[in-house]
Design a protein around this ligand. Structure first.
Ligand SMILES: [Zn+2]
Length: 317
């Protein structure tokens, strides 16, 4: 019998850390969440994760490696965290090394969007391709690029930041400090603002009766035929399409996948995005590249981080 290899996946989010015991096929055998508690500092977080792992020791005594991911500026090669919007005050930390010494296991550390792309490449929408790009749409807009079957990281581990390509010169201010980034135009807050602006024109809408709404609410209004919601998501899709055209021109991928919470709006965003993509391509020959929904949902990063850990074992023996 072939021995089953298991790794620990750790996806550090703003409020929760998702954890999973994952086998070599990328199947999540057991999963759980713990609160992020970023204010307690990195040592406390490493302890929390260690404690969760100890709780699984009875069912899963042998874990061979761990794959960690979180949002922010990370260098996967050095396993170094520059900064993260979810981990306020954590700057320039050798987070990979910290986990490695406490867990006593080989550890990988990478950006959540890179890991989502790597998860989708191995087990989701990118399977069977060699050149693949995956976008993650949520509060932020992240991306990961796979070139010739390898996750592309760039010189400082910061490649694939598709959310910070400038789409509209002088456009709205982005969290990164620049203006008119894709993230500033199609991040969740931007979509909500766009919808409010449309409502302010006096358009009748079910959303007009509410003080507060989310992108999920806008999507469900669109499904009921709400004109303001459909228009807002459509305009969002047009900006996304320009970003996709830039990606196609840079990488000429076989497939582009779009995931994350905002992508739950489905074809209300993706339909106009595909149309806008076609309009902005330099040649008809590029227009056949499929833009598809991601397949792994909110587990994509956890699965991708686990695959990176599995590869580390393979390459390091
Ligand atoms: Zn930006």
């Amino acid at each position: 019998m072939v021995k089953m290899i298991k790794v620990l996946g750790v996806d550090i989010g703003g409020t929760d850390i998702k954890l999973g015991i994952v086998n070599q096929k990328g199947e999540v055998l057991h999963s759980g969440t713990i609160p992020t508690r970023a204010a307690q500092g990195p040592e406390a977080m490493v302890n929390d994760v260690l404690q969760w792992r100890e709780g699984q020791r009875g069912d899963h005594p042998e874990i061979t490696a761990a794959g960690i991911d979180c949002a922010g500026l990370l260098d996967g090669k050095r396993r170094w965290l520059y900064s993260s919007p979810n981990l306020s005050g954590w700057e320039n930390i050798p987070l990979g090394e910290m986990f490695e010494s406490r867990l006593g296991l080989p550890v990988t550390l990478d950006n959540d969007a890179n890991c989502a792309a790597w998860g989708e490449y191995n087990r989701g929408a990118g399977r069977g391709t060699k050149c693949f790009v995956c976008l993650t749409l949520g509060t932020g807009v992240g991306g990961g690029v796979v070139i010739e079957g390898r996750l592309y990281r760039g010189s400082q581990g910061l490649a694939g930041e598709v959310g910070h390509q400038v789409i509209l010169a002088g456009g709205p201010r982005c969290g990164c400090g620049s203006r008119g980034c894709l993230e500033a135009l199609i991040g969740a807050d931007a979509i909500i603002k766009r919808t409010r602006d449309i409502l302010a024109e006096g358009k009748a809408s079910v959303l007009g009766e509410r003080d507060d709404f989310t992108v999920r609410d806008i999507a469900s209004a669109a499904r009921e035929g709400d004109g303001a919601a459909v228009r807002s998501l459509g305009e969002t899709g047009e900006f996304l399409g320009i970003g996709l055209a830039n990606i196609v021109h840079l990488f000429n991928p076989e497939v582009i996948a779009v995931g994350g919470g905002v992508a739950g709006a489905g074809d209300f965003i993706l339909g106009p995005a595909r149309e806008s993509l076609r309009k902005h391509l330099m040649g008809e020959v590029l227009s056949g590249i499929p833009v598809v929904p991601a397949q792994l949902g909110n587990r994509a990063s956890l699965v991708g981080a686990s695959f990176l850990a599995l590869e580390k074992i393979k390459t390091e023996g």
